[in-house]
Write a protein that binds this ligand. Structure first.
Ligand code: HEC
Length: 108
C-alpha cells in the first residue's frame, strides 16, 4: 500500500513536466531538401538575401507560396524551387517551417 502511494506521488510529480513538453513538431517533409539549400532545414537561411522562415505564421507562409506559384510575387528562384511541388507538399513545408523556433541558430 505504502509503495503504491509513493508510486502515485511520483507520478503526480512527473505530470506537470509532461504537460510542459512542447507539442511535437510535424514530421520533416519529404521535399524539405529542395528548400533547405537556401532556407536551411530549420528555416534559418544560409545565404545572404534569403529570408528566414522559422516560426513565421502558417497563414503567411501559405499565402507567400501561393503568390510565388501564381506569379503575384515575381521571384524566379522561388518560382523554380516550388515548380515541381503540389499543394500538399507546399502545405507540409509551410507547416514545418512555421513550427521551427525562430530563436534557434542550430543548423544540423
Ligand atoms: C535558390 C534558393 C531558394 C530555394 C531553393 C528556395 N527558396 Fe524560398 N526564397 C528564396 C529567396 C531569395 C526568397 C525571397 C524572394 C523574394 O524577394 O520574394 C525566398 C522567399 C521565400 C518565402 C517568402 C518568405 C517571406 O518572408 O515572405 C517562402 C515562404 C519560401 N521562400 C519558401 C520556400 C520553400 C518552401 C522552398 C522549397 C520548396 C524554397 N523557398 C526554396 C530562395 C530560395
Amino acid at each position: 500500500m505504502r509503495t503504491l502511494s509513493i508510486a502515485a506521488l511520483c507520478l503526480t510529480a512527473a505530470l506537470p513536466a509532461l504537460a510542459r513538453t512542447p507539442p511535437a513538431s510535424p514530421v520533416q517533409p519529404v521535399r524539405l531538401g529542395l528548400c533547405a539549400g537556401c532556407h536551411g532545414v530549420t528555416g534559418h537561411a544560409s545565404m545572404p538575401g534569403v529570408p528566414n522562415l522559422a516560426g513565421q505564421r502558417l497563414d503567411y507562409l501559405r499565402n507567400a507560396l501561393g503568390q510565388y506559384r501564381d506569379g503575384r510575387r515575381a521571384a524566379p528562384l522561388m518560382r523554380a524551387a516550388i515548380g515541381p511541388l503540389d499543394a500538399a507538399d507546399l502545405d507540409a513545408l509551410a507547416r514545418w517551417y512555421s513550427a521551427q523556433s525562430p530563436q534557434s541558430q542550430a543548423r544540423p
